[in-house]
Ligand binder design. Structure first.
Ligand code: PDD
Length: 287
């Protein structure tokens, strides 16, 4: 089936879709983005993703390219045209096209790109087998709460993980505390069964999946702490996992050379994944 991308007002065949070389996203990584999960052709947690998009834009002094309602309609139309059921909707807004100059252009309109991607979530061994993570120094800027397209440290970290045969790299601050993965939030379960993930702040992205998992955990009566944890604490935790729009709840079974639990996905991680799947396919109401 032909695949379309939405680029600045037009639905173009994916292979012909392009932006101008003076788009500030291309030149300065001057833009923000969102990744929204699609399950059975429906977006998951669309509202919180649009809330975060609006917040990211306002934090970098950019306006919404159009109303939220119109953005939603474009997203739906693209999902329909592409016939995509499971996968993701990618939304990117940059400050637009202007002659290269670090200062903001005066009259440029924001540039908007949307794409979809098919992902076969059912056949991914990461959910059943778990994954390895490595730990690396967090080299990013101090506003990690903004979902900027400026992702070079994240790409370097993810590649380092891949080179080490791992799925993700957990980034670590100068106090030895885990901030988050390069494209996911980090979690552990203590030996007392308490769920731990770092509290919100500028140090991490405010994950939409993180938020939903916290809501589910509260509903299920699971004890939880939003606080930082060290690499040492993580390595001796009963369980660990990562969350994101594409990882859902992915169990972590190894951190660097330390095996987590018995080296297989822990029971709470598996239950959270099952509840989250129910939530995504609409069989669980939450919040
Ligand atoms: N990444 N932390 C970082 C640095 C991320 O890039 C992401 C998401 C998350 C999890 O956020 P959410 O639960 O809202 O997906 C945490 C997306 C999936 C990406 O860049 O592809």
């Amino acid at each position: 089936m032909a695949r379309f991308a939405y680029v600045n007002g037009r639905y173009l065949p994916h292979r012909l879709a392009a932006v101008h070389i003076e788009d500030r996203g291309y030149q300065f990584a001057d833009g923000v983005y969102e990744v929204v999960t699609l399950v059975a052709g429906q977006t998951v947690d669309e509202g919180p993703h649009f809330d975060r998009l609006e917040r990211s834009l306002s934090e970098v002094a950019m306006a919404m390219p159009m109303s939220r309602r119109v953005l939603q309609l474009i997203g739906r139309e693209l999902i329909r045209r592409n016939g995509v059921r499971d996968g993701l909707l990618y939304i990117q807004v940059t400050r637009g096209v202007a002659p290269r100059d670090h200062r903001f252009p005066v009259q440029t309109r924001p540039a908007l790109v949307m794409t979809t991607k098919y992902i076969d979530f059912a056949s991914q061994p990461k959910f059943s087998d778990g994954v390895a993570v490595i730990t690396i120094p967090d080299q990013r800027w101090t506003r990690r709460d903004i979902k900027t397209i400026s992702l070079l440290p994240n790409c370097l970290g993810k590649q380092q993980a891949a080179d080490a045969g791992a799925y993700e790299a957990w980034q670590v601050d100068t106090d030895g505390l885990v901030t988050e993965g390069t494209s996911s939030n980090a979690w552990i379960v203590t030996s007392e069964g308490r769920l731990v993930t770092r509290q919100l702040g500028n140090e991490i992205l405010h994950g939409v999946t993180r938020r939903t998992i916290l809501t589910i955990a509260v509903e299920e009566g699971i004890e939880l702490d939003e606080r930082p944890f060290s690499v040492d604490e993580a390595k001796t935790a009963a369980e660990a996992f990562v969350t994101s729009a594409t990882s859902f709840v992915t169990p972590v079974v190894r951190i660097d050379d330390a095996v987590i639990g018995d080296g297989t996905p822990g029971p709470l991680s598996r239950r959270l994944l099952a509840w989250y799947r129910d939530y995504m396919n609409g069989s669980r109401q939450t919040g």
